[in-house]
Write a protein that binds this ligand. Structure first.
Ligand code: PMP
Length: 369
């Protein structure tokens, strides 16, 4: 599972997304670049209506269904416009006239989704952790959900703040649960059945930028109102099996390769163990630094995907980023709204990268402590 950093001159890439991809996936894409499996064409050159591409998208869907045990009453959609377009599509499709939707805000992405929903209907922040700069996930005593809500929306992992839900919020009886899982989808086993809709841009755990995965329960499609713009209508996308218009063919192909890679290394249980091990070594280094490194998230809300931490001063943080980059550890600068550092540890990130970061942290502290 380790990404051999010595080959190809690759560095340790901690980018929050687009992010590191498995080397075997990149190698296969390279090998098939000019002639995909004897077709005489690159995947970039083939018609999305032809048999070759149809087999690629169907295989990707079949692998996703098997990997994540997706029940038959859910559709798998490959869409465009990233998670941002979902922020608009969700309320356009699912807040009926006069209705209201509940949003649980545990970071910047949930807040953006909430603000966007307010353009299309009534959206209510049932919880917001803004006053503490989104450093924790609430427990169920900290929010009350509206039993008449059109849906409840939350963000399973907040990429910027580095907080991640470890349990699934329970909506009132009959209220659909919708989740933006852009930065932790399939980082471990996931029960789809509590959800009416989950979505994720591929560019963190699942592939390159340009394609978004949406998994939607059939009964939601009946709620889609008539008259929506073509490309913003989940029902139309589902009826056409994501091929209403030209899909992002190459990105779908690479997602398919990543899914095959996930299956080959033992599936979602195996990747969960891998992700836990990587996160554990970095959080341990933070906790054992005697306060030199300070995690942003409360211990019980820590993300396994995006590890956010601070040093004693902004000058030291700048120095850390500069020297880390020079040492081949790239992409560690935190988002400006949290400051400090962020190490993104998606599925394809190696344990070797986590260990290299920890060694760098120790050396930096010894020199600058
Ligand atoms: N939600 C989450 C949790 C994210 O991490 C991101 C991207 N970093 C987005 C939404 C926005 O995604 P996109 O850029 O694909 O629209």
């Amino acid at each position: 599972m380790a990404t051999p950093t010595s080959s190809y001159g690759r560095i340790y890439n901690f980018s929050a997304g687009p992010a590191v991809l498995p080397v075997p996936v990149l190698e296969q894409a390279r090998d098939e670049m000019l002639n995909w499996q004897g077709s005489g064409m690159s995947v970039m050159e083939m018609s999305h209506r032809g048999a070759c591409f149809e087999s690629i998208i169907q295989q990707a869907e079949a692998d996703l269904r098997a990997l994540a045990k997706i029940p038959a009453n859910y559709k798998v959609l490959f869409l465009q416009g990233g998670a941002h377009l979902q922020f608009s599509m969700v309320p356009m499709n699912f807040i009926p006239a006069g209705g209201s939707a509940d949003y649980l805000l545990t970071g910047s992405w949930g807040r953006t989704a909430f603000k966007e929903a307010g353009k299309f209907g009534h959206a209510r922040a049932a919880y917001t952790g803004e006053k503490d700069n989104f450093n924790a996930i609430p427990d169920k005593t900290q929010y009350e959900l509206d039993p008449k809500a059109a849906y409840v929306h939350y963000t399973s992992n907040e990429t910027i703040h580095g907080v991640e839900w470890t349990t699934v919020p329970v909506p009132p009886e009959g209220v659909p649960l919708i989740c933006d899982t852009s930065s932790d989808m399939f980082s471990g086993p996931m029960d789809i059945t509590p959800y009416s809709l989950i979505y994720a841009g591929a560019q963190k755990n699942l592939g390159p930028a340009g394609v978004l995965l949406a998994i939607i329960r059939d009964d939601m499609l009946a709620r889609v109102p008539p008259g929506l713009p073509l490309m913003l209508d989940y029902k139309l996308m589902a009826e056409n099996k994501s091929l209403y218009n030209t899909p992002p063919c190459y990105a779908v192909y690479v997602v398919g390769l990543v899914l095959k890679w996930l299956i080959s290394i033992g599936g979602l249980e195996a990747i969960a163990k891998h992700n836990e091990a990587k996160a554990a070594v970095i959080y341990k280094a933070i906790d054992e630094s005697g306060g030199y490194y300070r995690g942003h998230a409360h211990a019980d809300s820590r993300s396994k995907m995006n590890i956010t931490f601070r040093l004693g001063s902004e000058d030291l943080e700048k120095k850390f980023v500069k020297e880390a980059t020079a040492a081949g550890l790239d992409g560690l600068k935190g988002h400006r709204s949290v400051g400090g550092l962020r190490a993104s540890m998606y599925n394809a990130q190696s344990l070797e990268a986590a260990e290299a970061l920890v060694q760098f942290m120790k050396d930096f502290q010894a020199k600058n402590g």
